[in-house]
Design a protein. Structure first.
Lengths: 300, 262
């Protein structure tokens, strides 16, 4: 039995990565997680220049989940390349760089800059609900999603994962659009746009008014969307959305995900990814699966 | 080096209500061995619908017994803090910590100091008062009313000046009013409390040119510097994002007053 998975030509040691934005670039979690035991580390979104993000409060707890509107605060690609890539390269894990931007040019600039850097995959964030320009503007219109995919593919030397938004009518259509644009893989779901009101202050809890809802409350929605996307395209899918346990991760794999990302759960227990890797392995042993690929999408 | 830290099951040793909605809890936890005054722990509930940790400041540290005291406010019905308040000795609270930088209390040696706390910012001042060595230790603490929790414990550790919003004990008003009424002076300030109070202290300290350290708070998700939820505006570029957003959980919660905009 082995845990290795092949995602768009890149071999991961196991099918578990972390959701962008929940894990920094790994350094803050290095005391709590053996980074060598993650299939890949997906970094916080990085843009061509530093972004300051949104005003605070940026987070709120919701029933069985949370909302965030951090607004993609990041140090920009130069600091990222100097500091974060060398840090992550010390570990036996794959590096997936999440790329954010406000225009097609922004995305392409970052992707071009990364072309000769020692990173394994790119994840293009066209689904952040918390920045006004860019991001989601590309993620809710199939034509725009196809175009941006095609544009970044011109500059990319690493396989490109397009990160999809659940805030659409048909996730299958969005997945097909990025496939047509040349995507090598898709990841889903990003957060679901939500709102929370403080009834005593009679105001929005988040300074941004709306935020992205994540956590176990959205897990069944994510499983359904992974299933729909898996049935619509031939691309490998990285499934995410409310995975708290190995059981949640396995559900996602059986629905059609070739790998999984753990996000909000990292805030509940910073070492949770280790338990999830162990739990998937134990399930495979108990159920007699030789490879992860044998489990992918077997529930039809 | 790998996995030197983890979420740990701390055991409740004791729990007591010490004022309306204010609870004092001692926890048996490995976090005690490295804890400093002004640091905090992330406390998790055992309710799966409440995922995020509650960052709670450390009120007292007992290294010999491996225990920490937290004094916290129950913020409402069905909140995480209400769940904590119902716990009994032997119950388990998952925690991580100690987190944050803590007060640089070593700077106090030979100096005249204000240790200022307001509301639920009062508790971390206690361990600070216990560990600090200085020429003149003036503890200035503000409360809503006569429920002046921790007052007797402060009195064992320095000169205590109280303010209450309703005037029932000490100076009527806030901690700044108590300083004026008692004609107090200092050349170093440490403070923790609500933002309007910290803003007033920052202004006072900067007008008088007094070195001043403020403990800030903001809503957090991870508590360990990764999620970038709890940022504050800083004069210098922050180490993480190279903008002007220091992380309260990791770069703070204690900042030099001139370093932050509040």
């Amino acid at each position: 039995m082995n845990m290795k998975v092949n995602i768009a030509g890149v071999e991961w040691n196991n099918p578990v990565t972390v959701a962008s934005g929940t894990f920094g670039s790994g350094a803050e979690f290095a005391d709590y997680v053996d980074l060598n035991r993650l299939g890949a580390v997906t970094t916080k979104g990085v843009a061509n220049v530093p972004w300051t993000g949104n005003p605070t409060p940026r987070v709120a707890e919701t029933y069985g989940g949370m909302m965030n509107a951090v607004g993609l605060q990041n140090p920009g690609i130069d600091v990222f390349c100097e500091r974060d890539i060398p840090f992550l390269r010390k570990y036996d894990t794959k590096i997936i760089v999440n790329v954010c931007g406000k225009s097609e040019q922004d995305y392409c600039e970052v992707v071009e800059r990364l072309a000769d850097e020692d990173v394994d995959m790119l994840e293009i964030n066209i689904s952040c609900p918390n920045v006004k320009e860019g991001g989601i503007a590309f993620g809710q219109n199939p034509k725009a999603a196809e175009e941006i995919t095609r544009a970044v593919k011109k500059y990319a030397k690493q396989p490109v994962i397009m990160k999809l938004s659940p805030n659409v009518t048909s996730i299958a259509e969005m997945a097909k659009a990025v496939e047509a644009g040349g995507a090598d893989a898709v990841s889903l779901i990003n957060t679901i746009t939500g709102m929370k009101i403080d009834i005593n202050r009679k105001s929005f809890v988040l300074a941004n008014k709306t935020g992205g809802v994540s956590g176990p409350a959205i897990h069944p929605i994510a499983v359904r969307m992974v299933y729909e996307a898996a049935n619509a395209v031939d691309l490998p899918i990285i499934g995410m959305g409310g995975i708290m346990t190995a059981e949640d991760a396995i559900e996602m794999i059986l629905a059609g995900a070739s790998a999984v990302s753990v996000g909000t759960a990292n805030f509940h227990n910073p070492s949770v990814t280790m338990d999830i890797v162990d739990g998937i392995e134990a399930y495979m042993k108990a159920q007699g699966f030789e490879t992860v690929a044998d489990m992918v999408g077997i529930v039809k | 080096m790998l996995m030197t830290k983890k979420r740990e099951d701390a055991a409740v040793l004791s729990q007591e209500c010490i004022a309306q909605d204010i609870y004092s809890m001692w926890l048996k936890t490995g976090a005690a061995s490295e804890a400093r005054p002004g640091q905090f722990i992330s406390m998790y509930t055992n309710d799966g619908s409440k995922l995020l940790p509650r960052p709670i400041s450390i009120c007292e540290i007992n290294k010999a017994e491996g225990s920490l005291r937290v004094v916290y406010r129950v913020t409402g019905e069905n909140t995480g803090t209400e769940l904590f308040s119902k716990m009994e000795p032997g119950d388990i609270v998952p925690v991580i910590g100690p987190l944050g930088n803590g007060f640089p209390y070593e700077k106090a040696e030979g100096r005249k100091v204000f240790l200022m706390g307001g509301g639920i910012g009062v508790p971390p001042i206690l361990e600070l008062a216990k560990q600090m060595k200085c020429a003149k230790k003036q503890i200035v603490v503000g409360y809503r009313n006569a429920e002046t929790f921790l007052k007797e414990e402060f009195e064992k550790n320095g000169e205590v000046y109280i303010s209450t919003e309703d005037g029932s004990v000490g100076t009527k008003g806030n901690v700044m009013d108590a300083i004026r009424e008692n004609d107090l002076e200092a050349d170093l300030i440490y403070a923790c409390g609500p933002t309007p109070m910290l803003r007033a202290i920052k202004k006072y300290a900067e007008e008088k040119g007094i070195e001043c350290y403020l403990s800030l708070e903001e809503r957090m998700a991870c508590g360990i510097g990764a999620c970038l939820a709890c940022v504050c505006q800083s004069k210098e570029k922050d180490h993480h994002s190279n903008v002007h957003n220091k992380r309260i959980c990791k770069d703070g919660p204690v900042f030099l007053s001139t370093e932050v905009e509040i």
